[in-house]
Design a protein around this ligand. Structure first.
Ligand code: PGA
Length: 249
């Protein structure tokens, strides 16, 4: 049985006092959680929130890292910096990074390599746009995202990656993939991993769903056999909603 992991992607939200209050509220409910939890706040809050969460089982992740090691890249944050302050996870390839910051398959491949080389565990996002879904090309589209940025990895390295399937048309829109649509794509992703790395590895990889997951749809989505958790945006900013998702199923 794969474990389920619920990650909160806070995006560019919350002031520091609000972030601390949210992290401690989530920590407070910990005994009721059925799944592993990762919180992904903005960079400036990571080390302070590590103190808020010290002694709990809740982990932290960054929302991005640079595609270069270190050096003259003003404004960037490197994977080695994140590792040096003890952050275990990093989201790579979120659709907002792909769309607004034009992060290409090649850049994301570099980020994945650098994150892994520094001992971070990437949460790699993939998922089709609305136009792609309407033309029923979602399988090809997602397969290409996996092939171009992930499938060069060794067996050991792919096992350190979490994949988040996030249909772009469902992110922040209130439109959620139906449990059947999510399961179909998660199963497809696992099948492609099996074709590349073998069934034993494919069966171990965590594939999260993201896109308007909320307390009222989480249980159904998380009950699908290939849905191993969630990457939650909007609902992760409300302690009660996020806690209800972590306590689901
Ligand atoms: P959402 O965002 O839950 O607000 O749709 C998910 C995400 O972008 O990771």
């Amino acid at each position: 049985m794969r474990r389920k992991i619920i990650a909160g992607n806070w995006k560019m939200n919350l002031r520091f006092d609000e972030a601390k209050a949210l992290a401690s509220a989530i920590r407070d409910g910990e005994s009721a959680y059925r799944h592993e939890v990762i919180l992904c706040p903005s960079f400036p809050y990571l080390t302070s929130l590590a103190q808020v969460l010290a002694g709990s089982k809740i982990s932290l992740g960054a929302q991005n890292c640079a595609d270069r090691e270190n050096g003259a890249f003003t404004g960037e944050v490197s994977a080695s910096m994140l590792a040096s302050v003890g952050i275990p996870y990093v989201i790579i390839g979120h659709s907002e990074r792909r769309i607004y910051y034009h992060e290409s398959h090649a850049v994301l491949k570099d980020k994945i390599n650098i994150a892994l080389a520094n001992g971070l565990k990437p949460i790699f996002c993939c998922g089709e746009t609305k136009e792609v879904r309407l033309s029923e090309q979602q399988a090809n589209y997602v397969e290409r995202q996996l092939e171009e940025s992930l499938f060069h990895l060794s067996e050991d390295d792919i096992l350190r990656v979490i994949i988040a399937y996030e249909p772009v048309w469902a992110i922040g829109t209130g439109l959620t993939a139906t449990p059947e649509q999510a399961q179909e794509m998660h199963h497809f992703i696992r099948t492609r991993i099996a074709a590349r790395y073998g069934r034993a590895i494919a069966d171990q990889i965590i594939i999260q769903y993201g896109g308007s997951m909320k307390p009222d749809n989480a249980a159904e989505l998380l009950s699908q056999p290939d849905v191993d958790g969630g990457l939650i945006g909007g609902a992760s900013l409300k302690a009660d909603d996020f806690k209800a998702i972590i306590a689901a199923v």
